[in-house]
Write a protein that binds this ligand. Structure first.
Ligand code: PLP
Length: 456
């Protein structure tokens, strides 16, 4: 039965609060068809795959659909410490029953979480503004930057996505291409060493790509409109799973500071140990790279809506005259309890280290596949955030866009979930939970090998 299946997922059995109740509450109705379910959703409601999966539940690194089929999760955007982690389930349930309110009180979950979160960041990044989504976090950082500098212009990296509100859509090329680039947004080249002007073999690629950004700062200044902020991701998702070249951010940060512009690290995709070598993405660029704002979301609550913007006390105080910042749900007790427990789980289970070691193992295995499959043009990434770029021809690097989508469909048919990204949708975006094991990495690679071997 369905509940037996669900219980089978708790081998020991895991001490879940009121397990039987939880089983009853979460047991979906099996076999409900997809037909008619979207009646009241927008026609453009985003869904993975040609025939979307009716997902029933998930546990650790696996999803289970309504028919009971199991899928390895290599695409998840939010689940950092594995699906349904019992410690998070427990704290959420406990907190919901104890105190859940708007945020105009002080409670331990809020203050302790803010303290523990800032302890993961460099000194000086001390003040946390809790919000509800990555979009809001970026929106707030941009608003503060503009208010403090009394400037409007924002320099970004091309092909980035920073969120859906009006303000952040305006700095997200994949959004504003539908209505026209705002005059105040200034995209700079994606520092892509596979396709861009400076390749992997150029030891100065980082400095050369950085120079384009600095030139943009200067061009704007010469027009009397020096930028308010430089906004970046430390591993570019929309840009195509591009790893920033070493030595890229340090000169940009120095130039921004000299010119009075602020720096915003969008860690919504990459933060919380995913990149393995550092807890925060910007830290992979060296100890001197300390942004004025760090924005975070997605993984922060393991799927529970928690997001934040962290900045310095100085900036926070300078913004105070605009009125008290208030968000009804930002800093919600349940959100904070879950977020706090997540930080402890990452530590207790050594998940950042797992991302470093198994992430590299996964990339090594994928790189070895490239010997036999000419469709693979490049394999890149850091920790558990990788890209496999498919090309029709290794010399021309023509993107294999249609093929990439079909490969994802065939992988899905064989129980592996991954999805494309990049401007041409020809790059597999690998973003598994940090609990992904070597066996999971082997499962992923062997299945991809099989799909590439037998056709799609
Ligand atoms: N920043 C980046 C890098 C993102 O990838 C996203 C979402 O995909 C956002 C910001 C927006 O976050 P949210 O969807 O939580 O508003």
């Amino acid at each position: 039965s369905e509940s037996a299946l669900w219980q089978g997922l708790f081998p020991d059995p895991t001490p879940l609060l009121g397990t039987q109740d939880a089983v009853a509450a979460w047991t979906p109705v099996i076999g409900r068809s997809l037909q008619g379910r979207r009646t009241h959703l927008p026609d453009s409601h985003p869904m993975y795959f040609q025939r979307p999966i009716a997902m029933a539940r998930a546990r650790d690194t696996r999803f289970y659909d309504e028919e009971g089929r199991s899928y390895l999760d290599a695409l998840n955007n939010v689940t950092l410490v594995g699906h349904g982690h019992p410690r998070l389930v427990n704290v959420a349930a406990r907190q919901l029953s104890r105190l859940n309110t708007n945020t105009r009180f002080v409670y331990d979950e809020l203050t302790e979480y803010a303290e523990r979160l800032t302890a993961t960041l460099p000194d000086g990044l001390d003040v946390v503004y809790f919000v509800n989504s990555g979009s809001e976090a970026n929106d707030l950082a941009l608003r503060m930057s503009r208010y403090l500098t009394k400037r409007d212009d924002i320099v970004i990296i091309d092909d980035a996505y920073h969120g859906y509100t009006s303000v952040v859509s305006d700095v997200s090329p994949s959004r504003y291409k539908h209505y026209g680039k705002p005059d105040t947004t200034h995209p700079t080249p994606v520092p892509d060493r596979y396709r861009g002007a400076y390749g992997y073999d150029d030891p100065d690629a980082g400095a050369k790509y950085a120079q384009h950004v600095i030139d943009e700062f200067d061009r704007l200044a010469a027009e009397g409109r020096a930028p308010a902020a430089y906004l970046f991701e430390a591993l570019l998702a929309g840009g195509g799973q591009v790893v920033l070249p070493p030595g890229y951010l340090a000169p940009i940060f120095a130039a921004a500071r000299e010119r009075g512009a602020l720096t915003i690290a969008d860690e919504v995709q990459v933060g919380f140990g995913r990149l393995g070598e550092a807890f925060w993405g910007f830290q992979t660029q060296g100890p001197d790279v300390v942004p004025d704002f760090v924005t975070m979301g997605k993984a922060m609550g393991n799927g529970f809506p928690v997001a934040a913007m962290v900045t310095t006390r100085e900036i926070s105080r300078a913004f105070d005259p605009t009125g008290r910042f208030f968000s009804t749900y930002g800093g919600n007790p349940v959100a904070c309890a879950v977020g706090l427990e997540l930080l402890k789980v990452v530590d207790d289970e050594g998940l950042q280290h797992n991302a470093l070691v198994v992430g590299q193992y996964l990339r090594d295995r994928l790189t070895a596949l490239a010997d036999r499959h000419p469709l693979i043009g490049d394999v890149r990434g850091q920790g558990f955030y990788s890209g496999v770029e498919f090309v029709l021809d290794r010399d021309t690097k023509e993107p294999a866009s249609k093929e990439t989508l079909l490969i994802c469909e065939r992988l899905k048919d064989r129980g592996v979930l991954v999805y494309p990204t990049g401007p041409a949708w020809n790059i597999l975006k690998l973003k598994p939970p940090l609990t992904f094991t070597r066996a999971d990495a082997d499962d992923f690679t062997d299945t991809l090998d099989d799909v590439l071997e037998t056709g799609w």
